[in-house]
Design a protein around this ligand. Structure first.
Ligand code: GDP
Length: 479
């Protein structure tokens, strides 16, 4: 348990400089970002006339995420849809086509904003699409215990059939318990063979309607815009079955789908509201950041005052940039927001210190081994979307190498690449590998600053091959 001087001052609503002065009187020369232990902090706080209450995780987090909605208070909400499928099967094209087909003709400008999700209307009913295709975002959110998808659109190209990432997508949807709607795409192509797709899906236990199952299917062409309305109908049909509901009349909860630091506007977070209604002026916490909602913009770039269930909005007013996948909750006041986020930041820091210390140990071991064996090591930090891939990748990498050089995974984990991964990689001079996961904005800029390489893969074979090549590069630098 430790706290920086700045945090302690914030919490007491005192100036940091006064805390520093007091510490100085006691013979400690410290700076604003230095860390003091809990006992010293308590002493200082008491000295400054504050009553001290040490908080535990339970205290801090208690009541943050309210009870599930009661059925009586709920009203239907739009379905939240994620598009998945193999690379080049048309996920991006489909998302674009759906978005454009839906812009009411004559509506000036149409949709201008990319805020990570958008809404379309079909028969007066709204549907929310997560704008990042693939299962990276989907899993990042799931990894944090937030279910942000009601329906998965599985895009399969009619001229290509079921491919490795199609199968991965099926596993992801299944693991999350999310129903699939199959969109057989590229039907405009002469080589399209939708029946082949259906039979192949059967082998993976996805039984579409025309094969006697209950998985909805639609033959589409994202390129020509064919049957997009049928796809939207299928989504509405499926969501009717799911009876998606939420209580709009309570404080909001949601999830960060994207976040960035904007030069002019400061931290900007795209939030998908899941329950309740988010309002301008609300105090929100997201992961280890908090803020007062200063303004909200919808997916058309328009200012809005409130956002109800299943609505994506860009939120301005955070003090710092939260991470994609962070859960969002409204709290009663700024002090509470500060308490929760400072607590979480501290936990994060402590975990980081621990893992950094751990890796130093193993690095040292590694160095001795290096010297005795005269072997070069190639340190790697691996992040994946699921535990299964992580194990497979570590297994494959650790088999690589020969007498002169070997790969070594210094850290493997499930989830997106974060700033703490960069810190760890920097400390260990490791390269970072993301398998079906991406780095968030903070991690990317930290990596740039540190000169750390991040490589992304979605096929294990390619990953292993590249590491092998890099290792042979270490062997023969003249190449
Ligand atoms: P993603 O990797 O799944 O996001 O796939 P993209 O949307 O980037 O599409 C990959 C390629 O397939 C692009 O060249 C698209 O123009 C093309 N494509 C996508 N949908 C269709 C379609 O319905 N018909 C045809 N003929 N080509 C398509």
């Amino acid at each position: 348990e430790a706290i920086t001087i700045q945090e302690l001052a914030n919490r007491m609503a005192e100036r940091a400089v006064d805390v520093i002065k007091l510490l100085m009187k006691q013979g400690q020369m410290l700076k604003i970002n230095d860390v003091i232990d809990a006992d010293t902090a308590e002493l200082i706080a008491t000295e400054m006339g504050h009553t001290v209450k040490r908080v535990s995780e339970a205290d801090v987090e208690e009541g943050l995420y309210a009870e599930p909605d009661h059925d009586d208070d709920t009203t239907p909400r739009p379905p939240i849809v994620t598009v998945m499928g193999h690379v080049d099967h048309g996920k991006t094209s489909l998302l674009d086509a759906l978005r454009h087909a839906n812009v009411v003709s004559g509506e000036a400008g149409g949709i201008t904003q990319h805020i990570g999700a958008y809404q379309v209307e079909q028969n007066g009913q709204k549907i929310t699409f997560i704008d990042t295709p693939g299962h990276a975002a989907f899993t990042a959110m799931r990894a944090r215990g937030a279910k942000a998808t009601d329906i998965v659109i599985l895009v399969v190209a009619a001229d290509d059939g079921v491919m490795p990432q199609t199968i991965e997508a099926i596993s992801h949807a299944r693991a999350a318990g999310v129903p699939i709607i199959v969109a057989i795409n590229k039907m405009d192509k002469p080589s399209a063979n939708p029946d082949h797709v259906r039979t192949e899906l059967l082998r993976h236990e996805v039984v579409v309607e025309s094969m006697g199952g209950d998985t909805l299917e639609v033959e589409v062409s994202a390129l020509k815009g064919t049957n997009l309305d049928k796809l939207l109908e299928a989504i509405l049909l499926q969501s009717e079955v799911l009876e998606l509901k939420a209580n709009p009349d309570r404080s909001a909860e949601g999830i960060v789908i994207e976040a960035k630091l904007d030069k002019g506007r400061g931290p900007v977070a795209s939030v998908l509201v899941q329950r309740g209604t988010l309002k301008v002026g609300d105090i929100v916490v997201a992961g280890s950041e908090w803020g007062r909602v200063r303004a909200m913009l919808n997916d058309k770039g328009e200012q809005v005052q409130e956002a109800g269930p299943s609505t994506p909005v860009e939120v301005l007013g955070f003090q710092g940039t939260p991470d994609a996948g962070d859960r969002v909750a409204v709290v009663e006041n700024e002090a509470r927001g500060r308490e929760i986020t400072e607590y979480r930041q501290r936990v994060k820091r402590e975990t980081l210190h621990k893992s950094a210390a751990g890796s130093r140990g193993s690095l040292e071991q590694m160095m001795t081994k290096l010297q005795t064996a005269g072997r070069k090591e190639f340190p790697l930090l691996v992040k994946t979307d699921v535990q299964g891939s992580l194990e497979a990748i570590i297994g494959a990498l650790e088999k690589l190498g020969n007498d002169e050089v070997m790969a070594r995974v210094i850290h493997g984990g499930v989830g997106g690449i974060t700033e703490s991964d960069i810190t760890l990689a920097e400390a260990s001079e490791a390269a970072i590998i993301g398998f079906n996961v991406r780095a968030n904005a903070q991690a990317r800029s930290a990596a740039d600053r540190a000169g750390i390489e991040i490589r992304y893969y979605n096929i294990i074979y390619n990953l292993v091959d590249d590491v092998k090549a890099a290792m042979s590069g270490m062997l023969s630098p003249e190449r």
